[in-house]
Write a protein that binds this ligand. Structure first.
Ligand SMILES: O=C(O)C(O)[C@@H](O)[C@H](O)[C@H](O)COP(=O)(O)O
Length: 243
């Protein structure tokens, strides 16, 4: 499939949607996620939203923060976290607190991954207990992707990538260290991320569209770990793209 033909329609196709602009994507996706969270609250009295950090989702978070929703019934947690305190500019918790948990959405409960332990390895058990205590399946897991083909903190070349993708002991989180990343990380493991009603991948720009197309070609998961969510059949993956 050619890159140009990859997202050539506004109509949903194989779980993919392309938009003319980030603004259009954000508006559509925020509305769709709010509807899912409202549905969960109506059915079970609560909802759980798992979000990624990085730069891409900030506009979506700001749009969602103002949506009318019983935010007090929503728990928000992270797909992964850089192992830094919440006052560090690289903290995903900081991003979520300032952009999503603002306005009406400030009523949501936030469960962070950073425990204050010196290293993610030292914080792993406490973090696992936090995630294990959340209701499952999650309602929404929102993933991003890097141009190297990582998603969550499943980085190519990470020493403990295999444990994150296939945890032997049912662990919900995994400490990650990888070449080229500034801080060590904590990531939800693959089976934990896939234990969700809706799984979304949000990407913007032509470079990431090309990365995605490369990831869809043959090749090992370890080289482009986003393949672990592209190739699974546990939950349909919805891909949202804008230039
Ligand atoms: O903490 C993080 O960095 C992530 O959760 C990570 O998986 C992110 O989604 C991608 O790296 C894309 O990041 P950008 O949106 O900044 O390109």
């Amino acid at each position: 499939m050619s890159v140009d033909g990859f997202f050539d329609s506004d109509a949903p196709r194989d779980g993919r949607r392309s938009f003319a602009s980030t603004e259009a994507l954000v508006e559509a996706l925020a509305g769709s996620l709010a509807a899912r969270l409202r549905g969960a609250i109506a059915a079970r009295g609560s909802a759980t939203l798992v979000v990624s950090g990085g730069r891409t989702p900030e506009a979506l978070f700001r749009q969602m923060a103002d949506l009318p929703l019983d935010w007090a019934a929503v728990t928000v947690t992270l797909a992964d976290e850089r192992w830094v305190p919440p006052d560090d500019p690289d903290s995903n918790e900081a991003l979520v607190r300032r952009s999503l948990l603002a306005g009406p959405a400030a009523a949501a409960r936030f469960v962070g991954l950073y425990t204050g332990a010196d290293t993610p390895e030292a914080g792993q058990d406490a973090c696992d207990a936090r995630i294990r205590a959340l209701p499952r399946p999650f309602d929404v897991v929102l993933l991003g992707m890097g141009e190297d083909g990582h998603t969550a903190s499943f980085f190519p070349g990470a020493a403990n990538l295999a444990a994150a993708l296939s945890p032997a002991d049912g662990r919900t989180v995994q400490a990650i260290r990888a070449p080229g990343i500034r801080q060590p990380r904590m990531t939800l493991t693959l089976p934990t991320l896939l234990d969700t009603q809706r799984l979304l991948l949000l990407i913007t720009g032509d470079a990431k569209r090309r990365t995605l197309e490369q990831a869809e070609a043959d090749g090992p998961v370890e080289a482009m770990p986003v393949r672990s969510v592209l190739r699974q059949d546990r939950v349909p993956l919805e891909i949202f793209w804008a230039p």
